[in-house]
Design a protein around this ligand. Structure first.
Ligand SMILES: *Cc1c(COP(=O)(O)O)cnc(C)c1O
Length: 203
């Protein structure tokens, strides 16, 4: 029985492109539209040739007698080129520099949380949780916090101007900010909004 691994969001780290196969998995699927930053509709399969050929038989190609299950999920040629380009960029990227940049952006947010009563924060660099596999700013509201829940705060951020998507959970008192899609200067903007929201409610 082949083992097929759904590793959609397991990039980065780049080592994962080959790690799971080395561990003995028969075929791995990665999303294009997550850590690879390729077009959203794309993805890649890596693994045993016969399994990949079986998947190909179900793809959208005209090159077969009958329409296949993959036909309604057809992706454009431009997206395929985009995926291959994104993969080349990803494999050749300076992953350490990128990690350091994410760490610095998360640190900006963590630093801004100092001196806010009932709030603590740290940069989390563990495996996948919470958020993507990158240094992530994790903010904890303590037991004596009397303000809105983390979920209410994330909703407030989504409805703000500009809308900002931060994360919350799994505990009701935990917020997190993933830096992977932030441009320079945006961590400061988020930090400022957080300071405003978190220091106002809790006199
Ligand atoms: C995101 C995700 C998917 C879906 O991937 P798409 O590329 O959006 O189709 C599937 N499985 C897991 C574990 C995911 O994280």
């Amino acid at each position: 029985m082949p083992v097929i691994l759904d590793a959609a969001s397991e990039l980065p780290p780049v080592e994962n492109l080959t790690k799971f196969i080395r561990m003995g998995v028969d075929m791995v699927a990665f999303s294009g539209g997550k850590g690879l930053r390729a077009p959203q509709s794309t993805g890649i399969l890596i693994g045993r040739k016969d399994l990949m050929e079986a998947a190909y038989l179900n793809a959208f190609s005209f090159n077969k007698p009958k329409a296949s299950i993959g036909r309604p999920m057809k992706i454009a040629k431009e997206e395929i080129v985009g995926l291959i380009t994104a993969l080349e960029i990803f494999v050749n990227a300076d992953h350490e520099a990128e990690w350091a940049d994410w760490r610095a952006k998360s640190q900006v947010i963590v630093d801004a949380m100092q001196n806010i009563p009932h709030v603590s924060a740290h940069v989390y660099e563990g495996p996948v949780y919470p958020g993507p596999n990158a240094p992530t700013a994790v903010i904890t509201l303590d037991d004596t916090w009397t303000g809105p829940t983390a979920a209410e705060i994330t909703e407030q951020f989504r409805n703000g101007d500009p809308p900002i998507y931060i994360g919350d959970g799994p505990a009701t008192n935990v917020l997190w900010v993933a830096p992977v899609a932030l441009k320079d200067g945006e961590a400061e903007l988020i930090a400022k909004r957080l300071v405003g929201v978190l220091s106002l409610v809790n006199g």
